[in-house]
Design a protein around this ligand. Sequence first.
Ligand code: ZN
Length: 414
Amino acid sequence: MQKFIFIICDGLADRPIPELGYKTPLEAAHTPNLDKIAQDGISGMVHTVDIGVRPGSDTAHLSLFGYDPYSSYTGRGPFECSGIGMEIKKGDICFRANAAYVDKNGLVVDRRAGRLRSTKSLIEEVGKMEIDGAEILLQESLGHRIGMIVRGDGLSPNVTDQDPHANGRKVLTVMPKDNTQQAKRTADILNAFTKLCQERLSGIQVTTGTPLSANIILFRGAGALPKNLIPFYDKYHLKACMVSGAPLYKGVAKIVGMDVAEFEPEDGVTGLPDTNIEAKIKKAQGLLANSGTSQTPSYDCVFVHIKAADSLAEDGNFQGKKKFIEKIDAAMKLLAQSSEFLVLITADHTTSCQLRQHTADPVPVVIKGEGVRTDDINAFSERECMKGRLGHLRGQNLMPILIDLMGLAELYGA
Ligand code: ZN
């Protein structure tokens, strides 16, 4: 059986940029290894969630893993919380949260509280909280970020955000999104939390490196565990592992039942532009090559998530994105020169440097490996892959294609 490495370069695709001669960063970048993979493989375009849909990273990853986000997704919160190691129970409502600073009129002065390095002492100050029989659980994430869970009976993820999403705006009152008692109760608990949290943090000095202190926790992205989600192993009978430096992607992988690879700090896997991509590819190759022991199981497939092209595009930094794509390319040498595993390379969505946001434009995909048909495409880019023989696919089509290339697809009919 062939095993596969599935590479997801976050926000890799883009739109034409005037300063790059109307090329995208991927078209403008020097990418001999990605081009070699395109030459040896078959290319196409992927609409990760669906045609014309602007995907979030979470819904796009669910789709690439072969799940229908429309039937399983309620919000981003549970993926963030799971990604930082919080245990999520059925009925929990999960949020992404930030330590922030608001003025006395409730206007947000700094959504990141001066990019607070750690929220540990702030979470200790807020302490245990129980409101109307529901428990509020908080856990430190990267920098100013916090994972937040509301645990209790009769709760609903159908509530609006309290985070106004920009500085200079007023902290929002949480509203129920439907007429159920559960949504109303959840909104009431969350509004009481905001009040209590501000009371407990007033007058507290949390070091932020700036004159500001964090005096509120902002939260958004309410979600519950995905409904009716068949675990990855039960769905495909494949042992899968995720290689990623960022919590959200680890969270999506954990929730669908994949293992998540561990790294040591000296491996330099950061989820930032300085990340060590080669270490991730070598880790993926190692996880597949391993013959398997009780401590180190052998995997059938590994997903590798590479973050920074997306963050650079959201900062409008097209030169940085182009440079980072060249860094991705350098690491792809390990795969371009090997025929040991099936390789699939794609993105979770387009992130436009000009718009600084995700767009619905399809993303390029290439598959290479034993038995894979080839086409006449010799470069990996939006423009070239559009002409590839895979044509236009939805994200959910990729797993069945790989399963067939592995020789594991069941015959449909007789
Ligand atoms: Zn993404």
